[in-house]
Design a protein around this ligand. Structure first.
Ligand SMILES: [Zn+2]
Length: 217
């Protein structure tokens, strides 16, 4: 994890520090090596949240767009007492989960059920070359903008995410994010709506409905 509590304060991992997990209150140790991004790990045990995914620069860069207080927030289901750590939770109750690795179907369903107001941001950077040749050069709709995708890639990224009950935005490493709108698994044809990343972030920061790009903007 990025943060642990050190004397009650949310701190990033540094050698010599000792921390407490804000989620389960067990001891955490700083992992400050040369290969993996600096992070905190539970001492002698696996992460207390089975949904936790080890972080990459991609996760960190995304999370850094939001205040520290909004990152790695424990979310508790008041009825069952079940708790999980949200990547980002804004004060308006919106949860952002940044997903780098493929997710098992059952886990995706469970996570969508747990968080009422959830947006997935999926790391699609490995698929960028195929994305570039699969996306239509002109929009098929102007207001809001929608592009057609004729998927040539082998990856199941669209197959796996189209049935999600939450909103799904794919990050192909560009200045825009692409919202997954439609995908026909058999024909491998679908529709995506673009939004500038800075606009998406601004909407999350201000708690407004996420905009969609229009041809006149
Ligand atoms: Zn913990």
């Amino acid at each position: 994890m990025r943060f642990a509590l050190v004397n009650g304060e949310k701190r990033e991992a540094k050698p010599e520090l000792k921390g407490i997990c804000p989620n389960c209150e067990s001891e955490m140790i700083p992992k400050c090596g040369k290969i993996k991004i600096w992070h905190w790990a539970h001492k002698g045990q696996p992460p207390c949240d089975p949904w936790w995914e080890s972080e990459t620069d991609w996760h960190r860069n995304w999370k850094n767009n939001f205040p520290k207080e909004w990152q790695e927030v424990t979310h508790i289901d008041e009825q069952s007492g079940e708790k999980h750590i949200a990547d980002v939770k804004n004060p308006f109750g919106l949860i952002l989960e940044f997903q780098h690795s493929p997710l098992k179907f059952e886990e995706r369903i469970a996570r969508e059920k747990f968080y009422d107001n959830l947006i997935w941001i999926v790391d699609g950077i490995d698929n960028k070359p195929y994305f570039n040749i699969s996306i239509s050069s002109k929009p098929i709709q102007d207001k809001p903008l929608v592009y057609k995708i004729n998927w040539y890639g082998r990856s199941k990224i669209f197959h796996n995410w189209i049935d999600s009950n939450a909103r799904v935005y794919i990050d192909f490493g560009e200045d825009v994010l692409w919202r997954l709108l439609l995908f026909d698994k058999r024909k491998k044809v679908g529709a995506l709506g673009p939004i500038h990343k800075y606009m998406f972030i601004e909407d999350c920061l201000t708690g407004t409905e996420i905009s969609a790009l229009r041809s006149d903007k």
